[in-house]
Design a protein around this ligand. Sequence first.
Ligand SMILES: Cc1ncc(COP(=O)(O)O)c(C=O)c1O
Length: 461
Amino acid sequence: MEQRKFFLSDSELPRQWYNILADMPSGMEPPLHPGTGKPVGPEDLAAIFPMPLIEQEVSREQFIDIPEEVLEKYAMWRPTPLYRALSLERHLGTPARIYFKNEGVSPAGSHKPTTALAQAYYNKISGTRKITTETGAGQWGSALSMCCALFGLECKVFMVRISYDQKPYRRIMMETWGASCVPSPSPETRAGRGILDENPDSPGSLGIAISEAVEAAVEDEHTKYSLGSVLNHVMLHQTINGLECQRQMAMAGDYPDVIIGCVGGGSNFAGHAFPFVRDKINGRDIDIIAVEPDSCPTITRGPFSYDFGDTVQMTPLLPMHTLGHGFIPAPIHAGGLRYHGMAPTVSQLILDGLIRAEAVPQLETFQAGITFTRTEGFISAPETTHAVAMVIREALKAKEEGKERVILFNWSGHGLVDMAAYEAYLSGRLCNHALPEEEIDRALKDISELPKPKGYRAAVL
Ligand SMILES: Cc1ncc(COP(=O)(O)O)c(C=O)c1O
């Protein structure tokens, strides 16, 4: 019988995170202050983040120790198992060997608690009492709610209105962990009131919810803000995934030719892939693919420029692929992929040619999710089905070419709280939402007055 699962013991949990900034071939351009346009310093970020996280954000150290208290709590679900998708391989009749890292085993059901735990810990030791954040479909909000509970912190989540209405169970999960959750835009902040004045029926967006959460943090000295993706320290924490995978692939006696992950702000993809990007920089030949929705094609069609992380223009300007801070994405079910920006590290590695991106339509992702569920059993989060769709494309390509490729992908979360999305798909109520070209022109207008990074690209090459 072929081995299907590869487990590491608690004592094999990696003791350090990997920092890609130490190895980036062309370095990174700095975030800029939204008022002055000058590079932001640690003191500019101190109103919203605790100092240990600011230090990690700018650190160039290659490996950073994971504190003992974080390791002890990581062990509640980490190391996560690596699976061989034998039934999917047989179903597709592919010579490819497919492996997936199961991040759905965390208590909140996705990769998100891996950074939420570290962020809650650093806030706790820095004297923070309350953390505010935004959430799309609710995976991040529920992850942070759980981790705040573990460290005795208050948590307040601004949840994008459309998801708040579509996914009541995620809100109830947050409340069960003791957090409070309000729909965004909300009347509680100036940012929210401004949007509601213009459009009382606004469906909200991650950009708006970030503006609200940042404003709520800035206004109270004991409150800090936490972001679930995009920033360097979030990518750093997630790399424990790829470091575990490297050991588990060695146990399986294989090494990936292809690595795949879905991207919203980039964190699950980065955490899974960055330790292998390091191998690629050191000479390994790996095809590393970030997968996004074609309704929110940030990397595949958006310019690389400086842009705000939020709609109301409160955050620093980040050098990244962007669809413009005013972008309101189509109401696809992969709420966690509906973000206008992309992690600067992921964006820069795209420019450096070390990773590439593909966009897939919504119906293909749900079809792939169903194929995965009916072969491997697990029900994927709608975000995760984007990675599954690309895995199926690559496995079928290997079949066509008669090549024995090894495909590794990040199964970033389960979809057990997303059954309404599956119901809509199964009853034929879902459609594709490819982004019209006018939206790219609008994105370019959004950023036209903003500073341009050295690698500025208005159009995708
Ligand atoms: C299960 C799952 N996968 C992927 C994502 C995308 O986020 P990121 O690109 O930061 O991993 C999310 C975001 O909410 C998610 O919940």
